[in-house]
Design a binder for this molecule. Structure first.
Ligand code: IVH
Length: 668
């Protein structure tokens, strides 16, 4: 047989098996047979590079080549849903729909709200041509290569299945619990930071620049919205049933209902039953089914009036409080931590929960041995939300007291006026504060010394090699290469990484110093206004308050920091090490005050510079980039395909719209 014909035959066959396995869960051949067919195709494709097809089943393994994502404007903006948290709000939604439809009968499609990240898939002539993340709803990242590795997303639809030549289908990319747990277990064994939840893991994975990594992570996808001209169904439900026929994976929990009572039943059922689903869900989505009715209900600026999300309450469990320990962070803030009997919450085992601060502990009159109620919301740190007072008996232990002294260095704790937290004031000698400051100093947005990590810092600290950030620049290869210089290579890399950091620009050095309340944005503003550290160190409260974005809290913190002789000595030592403590000539030349005091909204897609470059240009000329249009907006920097709602709002408020050319001329 002609090899070209065999290639196309194998591709079609493998696409089908893929769908049977990953979408329908009904494989008809063994894994072994599947692999044999795939290998045959791989060999044939290797012999025929001219027949390359990015949608071939062989492309699911991804590639090791790194790539940047290009930004793409959405053909139709990707709206989000408004949220409700209780049944009364659901009833209000139902009533609004009834009113909006003026008594017409209607049906509601109930479905799961999948907790991943949304994706828009474009098909032309049955082939996947583009996959774009939601981004800001107007523009997203083109992640097609990564999406191709997700086995449940069809790359090629079966011929003649009746789909339109062009359509878009949206859905959620998810990391199933099983893949999530496997991934975190692997990361733990490599001492890498864990993902807080499957959503973060899915989004981190999909943004990976290496599609082979994506392929290895076991992502999945459920589709929930079909759009485009030539879609024949009259209702959302029918459309998705159609899409299922074409090979898309649709949430099998979808139901059509005709009353509020049925919606409540659906909610109650799935609030419990969702624990058994293979993927994370965080609510229920309710959608008016008829497309005509959807149209007549219309949209608000952010979300459709024909749909709403009902969010599940975070899962709650009761367990016993055994001990309270205290953790000291980089800033010296002391956080009380509850250590409890293990419970399973939202799929993970929980033993510790934050108790926030002293007032929080007092508000519960917390005792060791108490039965406490714990929830885990979207974030990694679980929270105590209540105490079961009725369960108290004579076995109850002592009342929980907040420590008076730092558990790490013994210094007496202080509580600043108006703040709920306790602090260890021993900034310069308390180990977690020192280590925390060094970790902050080397972090990506600060000095970006990626040859060092928390474990190495901990090791150097214990060995007495580093006591502050300036010590890093004195480290020599011989000190860290190990006995017999077995780690010479990595030691050289570390020392080189530290040496390279002296080129990091002034504004980031200023941020890296870790002065309380001086974040990235404040550091930038300060660097640009004072231009060098000596001018900043000499600034008075009034001088500081002149600067856009610097308020009393930041200003006072700066004054306190520079008043300390040890800090001034630190700066001198860092200067001797060669760090940048002034803006470079180049930076001085490329900055101006031309946009000072102006709030600028960026919208649409640009040709001459990327969005990020425009943001940087605005900042470099003293302007402020803001997200949404208001009466305070000075002007809009608009590229192609500016969102229609933004345009309407700008016109209504009479705000100027500048093209990229106008803008570039303005700052020239
Ligand atoms: S429909 C215009 N259906 O929830 C309606 N969204 O806050 C578009 N989501 O960005 C969304 N499951 O990422 C829809 N069954 C579902 C969903 C769902 C999860 C996500 C989606 C969206 C967010 C809305």
């Amino acid at each position: 047989m002609d090899e070209a014909v065999r290639i196309s035959q194998l591709r079609a066959e493998l696409h089908q098996h893929n769908c049977r396995y990953y979408v329908l869960s009904q494989p008809t051949i063994s894994d072994f047979e599947f692999d044999a067919l795939l290998r045959e195709l791989q060999e044939l494709e290797a012999r025929h590079p001219e027949l390359f097809d990015p949608n071939s089943p062989t492309q699911r393994v991804g590639s090791d080549l790194n790539h940047e994502f290009t930004q793409v404007a959405h053909v139709r903006p990707m709206l989000s849903l408004s949220n409700t948290y209780n049944k009364e709000e659901v009833a209000e939604f139902y009533r609004r729909v009834e009113e909006g439809l003026q008594g017409q009968p209607f049906q509601i499609c109930c479905e799961m709200k999948f907790d991943g990240l949304s994706i828009s898939l474009h098909y032309e002539h049955g082939q996947l041509v583009r996959a774009v993340t939601r981004g800001d709803g107007t523009v997203g990242d083109d992640v097609t290569d990564n999406i191709r590795t997700i086995r449940s997303i069809p790359l090629r639809l079966p011929d003649d299945a009746g789909y339109p030549d062009e359509f878009e289908i949206r859905g959620e990319v998810l990391m199933p619990w099983e893949s999530f747990e496997r991934l975190n277990a692997e990361r733990e064994s490599r001492e890498e930071a864990l993902f807080a939840n499957p959503r973060n893991a899915a989004s981190g994975t999909l943004k990976s620049k290496n599609s082979a990594t994506v392929a290895s992570r076991g992502l999945d996808a459920y589709l929930y919205y079909l759009l485009g001209e030539g879609i024949s169904g009259r209702g959302h439900y029918e459309n998705l049933q159609q899409a299922a026929q074409w090979g898309f994976k649709i949430g099998p929990q979808m139901r059509l209902v005709g009353s509020l009572a049925e919606i409540y039943d659906y909610i109650d059922y799935w609030d419990e039953e969702r624990r058994h689903l293979p993927v994370a869900t965080d609510g229920i989505v309710l959608k008016v089914n008829s497309l005509t009715q959807q149209q007549s209900l219309g949209l608000t600026a952010k979300s459709p009036r024909w749909a709403i999300a009902y969010k599940f309450q975070a899962e709650q469990q009761e367990t016993i409080l055994r001990e309270v320990t205290f953790q000291v962070g980089r800033t010296g803030a002391v956080t009380p931590v509850a250590n409890m009997d293990p419970i399973t919450l939202a799929g993970t085992v929980v033993r510790r929960a934050t108790l926030n601060n002293e007032d929080f502990i007092r508000s519960f009159d917390l005792h060791i041995g108490d039965r406490v109620q714990v929830i885990k919301g979207g974030e990694i740190i679980p929270k105590i939300v209540g105490v079961n007072l009725e369960a108290r008996d004579e076995t109850l232990g002592p009342c929980v007291e907040f420590v008076k002294c730092c558990p790490e260095c013994g210094a007496q704790l202080v509580r600043y006026e108006g703040e709920a937290a306790h602090y260890c004031p021993n900034e310069l000698a308390c180990p977690p504060q020192i280590k925390g400051k060094i970790e902050h100093f080397i972090s990506r947005k600060a000095m970006n010394i990626d040859s060092l990590g928390p474990e190495t810092i901990d090791d150097y600290f214990r060995r007495g090699l580093v006591r502050d950030v300036a010590d890093l620049y004195d480290i020599r290869v011989a000190q860290i290469a190990g006995a017999n210089r077995t780690r010479e290579l990595s030691a050289r890399k570390i020392v080189q990484g530290i040496a390279d950091s002296v080129k990091v620009p002034f504004e980031r050095v200023l941020f890296a110093l870790g002065i309380r309340f001086v974040g990235e944005v404040a550091a930038k503003a300060l660097a640009r206004s004072f231009k060098n550290i000596d001018a900043l160190a000499a600034a008075t409260l009034d001088d500081l308050l002149q600067i856009n974005g610097i308020g009393v809290v930041i200003a006072q913190s700066l004054l306190r920091w520079f008043a300390d002789a040890q800090n001034r000595w630190l700066i001198e030592r860092l200067k001797m090490a060669g760090l940048q403590f002034a803006l470079s000539e180049e930076e001085l030349a490329s900055h101006s005050d031309r946009l000072a005091g102006q709030s600028i909204v960026i919208s649409g897609v640009f040709e001459q510079h990327s969005r990020d470059e425009y943001k940087a240009l605005i900042e470099r000329h003293g302007g402020k980039n803001v997200g949404s249009i208001s009466a305070k907006t000075s002007f809009i920097l608009a590229g192609a395909n500016m969102g229609p709602s933004k345009l309407e709002k700008a016109q209504k408020l009479g705000i100027r719209i500048l093209t990229e050319q106008d803008f570039l001329a303005m700052i020239e």
